[in-house]
Write a protein that binds this ligand. Structure first.
Ligand code: ATP
Ligand code: MG
Length: 340
């Protein structure tokens, strides 16, 4: 077995870019922010987009580049979802920090603008009352404090607050960008990841680089410096594709007993239902797209399209292998009658 890799700090922190220019794949955002850094005059900002795409990293990097390591602590307040997110925190902690004017201290090599920064990470988990209270706070103290709101779902930020900010959308990371960051970490940590393992890592982490790095570190910790595709699958909690495929095949057979036996064996293996249903849905979507490409979509009838479009609860499908069975035999019947 390959030697185990000694662990210290989490790799998501160790390999978090420290400079805005090092954030990958968010070119438009970075261009605008680099210009803003030149003038050191920032508006309130709202970063939004899918997980693990660089939002928190970018906010921390801007703050760091503005103040440097020494002034950072006194000029920047970071709050995230583990802090209280109700109206009280706005009235106390945020207001107290926002209201106090900054000192005149400056550090050579850093712009040190005459305002502080409050980074409100995972702002979409703040209550509506708290967000409403922030409307006034952002305006009242904007001379001495600028806000960075960070969230996944911009629709959960109330419009009056969102409209006070410059908005930046973070794109999901492409497979190439993920691979190049992962390769960089592998080189630094002396890991050996073959092409198949790399492609598995991209698929199971779905554009979320944090997830990819975490899986990589867990696999390195458990399996040593040579990491295979199946090592990554076992640390990720993803259900092996064979298991999902055989359940689908059992359902498509139209035999209740066959489907029931498959379900019992999956339950015995302890795979989580939600994960199984998510993967089945993905697989079924792929089949659906294939059928669509072949021009059979109109003939599929209501059951499959309702299921695929999420109109039928996936849990009710899970609870009833008979229903899944019926669904697939309908498809099979229609498909074969069309093909013949
Ligand atoms: N665009 C990127 N360029 C380089 N590294 C990145 C990028 N996006 C994410 N990472 C890596 O992934 C880790 C997590 O990124 P980050 O905390 O910025 O994600 P996020 O967008 O804030 O996600 P979430 O919405 O889940 O909070 C970072 O430590 C960094 O190593
Ligand atoms: Mg974040």
């Amino acid at each position: 077995m390959a030697p185990l890799v000694p662990m210290s700090q989490p790799w998501v922190e160790k390999y978090r870019p420290r400079q805005v220019k090092d954030v990958a794949h968010q070119e438009e955002v970075i261009r605008v922010l680099n210009n803003t850094l030149q003038t050191a005059d920032l508006p309130h900002m709202l970063f939004y987009g899918p997980p693990g795409t660089g939002k928190t990293t970018t906010a921390l990097a801007i703050a760091y580049q503005l103040y440097g390591p020494e002034l950072y602590k006194s000029r920047v307040l970071e709050l995230n979802a583990s802090d209280d997110r109700g109206i009280n925190v706005v009235r106390t902690k945020i207001k107290n920090f926002a209201a106090v004017a900054v000192g005149t201290a400056r550090k050579a090599g850093y712009p040190c603008p005459p305002y502080k920064i409050i980074i409100l990470d995972e702002a979409d988990s703040m209550t509506e009352d708290a967000q409403n209270a922030l409307r006034r706070t952002t305006e009242t103290y904007s001379k001495v404090t600028r806000f960075f709101f960070i969230c996944n779902y911009i629709s959960r930020i109330i419009e009056p607050l969102a409209s006070r900010c410059a908005k930046f959308r973070f794109k999901p990371l492409s497979e190439e960008v993920m691979s190049s960051r992962i390769m960089h970490i592998c080189n630094e940590e002396g890991l050996n990841l073959n092409a198949q393992a790399m492609s598995t890592l991209s698929v199971i982490s779905q554009g979320d680089l944090r997830r990819a790095i975490t899986y990589l570190q867990s696999a390195a910790r458990l399996f040593g410096s040579s990491i295979s595709s199946s090592d990554l699958i076992s640390v990720s909690g993803v259900i092996p594709e064979d298991v999902v495929k055989s359940l689908l095949a059992a359902c498509r057979s139209g035999e209740f007993d066959v489907a029931n036996k498959e379900v019992s064996s999956i339950i015995a293996d302890g795979y989580p239902v939600s994960q199984l249903m998510a993967q089945m849905l993905l697989l079924a979507r792929m089949i659906f797209q294939m059928i669509k490409r072949q021009g059979y979509v109109k003939s599929l009838g209501k059951p499959i399209s309702a299921w695929l479009m999420g109109q039928m609860s996936i849990y009710s499908c899970w609870m009833s292998p008979a229903r899944l069975s019926a669904l697939f035999s309908t498809c099979r019947g229609r498909w074969s009658s069309k093909s013949s």
